[in-house]
Design a protein around this ligand. Structure first.
Ligand code: NAP
Length: 218
């Protein structure tokens, strides 16, 4: 579980644990990870940063060793950025792509060979993939790039029955937009309940609900 220090990642870790899964936690904020580890009865935890792609790619090997195998990997890392396309500095655009595309792809790339056949590889993209909004060109483009990458991963993984998930979640009340790296979020209607969204996501990981899966088409 990469991104366990965040709101959705923390909820997903708790939900998976509550359903009997044994979970390894990875995240940036070591304080929040430590709290979650305690709450989940001593789950193994490891810090990482999106800019250390080797570190991202090594997470699955670490988790597999800690847990004695891996049934799946879920990545909930991400950061928002807002502003008209011409106003977003290049360094910020680079940051948005590093955190929203390169990091999740590195985590999952490192997991492909380590997840059991029939296991899952999953990441959260967002509804912006289908409906990019004004003032978030780089954030939406980064999520669309990750979605495209997951689509190819799903097709490549069919031979091993790997289940690849691209969770295109709608706006949720996690405070995510208020933690943007640049700019202010547009006026948004009240978001959905994060716990409900995570519950549905975990249902899909467990194969208990119709899924937003890649790998079933040509
Ligand atoms: N909330 C929504 O409305 C919504 C809607 C659609 C999609 N999403 C996606 O859902 C995912 C989780 O969002 P959330 O709502 O749970 O927000 P969040 O609490 O801010 O979670 C973001 C996660 O990304 C991590 N992160 C950010 N920058 C990082 C970096 N440089 N290196 C390593 N980790 C980094 C954060 O780590 P720290 O907390 O430790 O800094 C945190 O674990 C994101 O990918 C977001 O794009 C959210």
């Amino acid at each position: 579980m990469a991104g366990a220090s965040g709101v959705l990642g923390g909820l997903a870790a708790r939900e998976l644990r509550a359903r009997g899964a044994v979970v390894a936690l990875a995240g940036r904020s070591t304080d929040r990870l430590a709290g979650l580890t305690t709450e989940l009865g001593g789950a193994p935890a490891r810090g990482f940063d999106a800019y250390d792609l080797d570190g991202c790619a090594s997470l699955a090997a670490w988790a597999g060793q800690e847990l004695g195998g891996l049934d799946g990997v879920l990545v909930t890392v991400g950061v928002a950025g807002f502003g008209r396309a011409e106003e977003v500095p290049d360094a910020v655009a680079e940051h948005l792509f590093a955190v929203n595309v390169l990091c999740p792809a590195a985590v999952l790339r490192g997991a492909v060979a380590r997840v059991a056949d029939g296991g899952f590889l999953a990441a959260v993209t967002g509804a912006v993939v289908d409906r990019p909004m004004l003032n978030m060109a780089d954030y939406a483009a980064a999520k669309a790039a990750l979605s495209c990458w997951l689509g190819v991963l799903g097709r490549e993984g069919r031979v091993r029955r790997l289940r690849v998930f691209d969770f295109r979640l709608p706006h949720l009340e996690t405070g995510f937009a208020d933690r943007s790296v640049v700019g202010l979020p547009p006026a948004l209607p009240r978001g959905g309940d994060p716990a409900d969204a995570v519950h549905t996501m975990v249902d899909q990981l467990q194969g208990a609900a119709p899924a937003a899966r890649h790998g079933e088409g040509p």
